[in-house]
Design a protein around this ligand. Structure first.
Ligand SMILES: [Zn+2]
Length: 127
């Protein structure tokens, strides 16, 4: 379970905090990648109408004039960095921290495994 992306005003003086669900964020990432509505529907196993609904919510939440504007606003707000989200390892954990989010369960588990592995490596090197 991933928490919605919570983002406050950008340091350069953006708008109010925005909150997109993981679903909406995924739709936006596909839009940013240049996919059409039907292509996004296919990729996410959704009806085209459902994708259209998510797009309308995205426009409302981001107060965007159109989807191109939504991609720009999301980038500026830091909720869309153009890179695919990865979860469940140290890199995913670090990305959550970088975005100012509470790391998700999978990333916390991955980070614990990473730290345990590092401890073991230090012990091996010390021996
Ligand atoms: Zn995560």
């Amino acid at each position: 379970m991933t928490a919605p992306a919570q983002v406050g005003p950008s340091p350069s003086g953006g708008g109010p905090a925005v909150s997109l669900s993981p679903r909406q964020l995924e739709v936006l990432q596909h839009i940013a990648a240049g996919l059409t509505g039907p292509e996004i529907a296919h990729a996410m196993h959704l009806a085209v109408g459902t994708v259209h609904y998510h797009q309308q919510v995205i426009l409302t939440v981001l107060k965007a004039r159109n989807l191109t504007n939504a991609v720009f606003l999301a980038c500026r707000a830091g909720v869309l960095d153009g890179r695919p989200r990865r979860h469940g390892d140290h890199a995913g954990f670090a990305a959550h921290v970088y975005r100012g989010e509470e790391p998700c369960e999978a990333c916390q588990v991955g980070e614990r495994a990473y730290r345990a592995e590092r401890r073991e490596a230090r012990k091996r090197n010390a021996a």
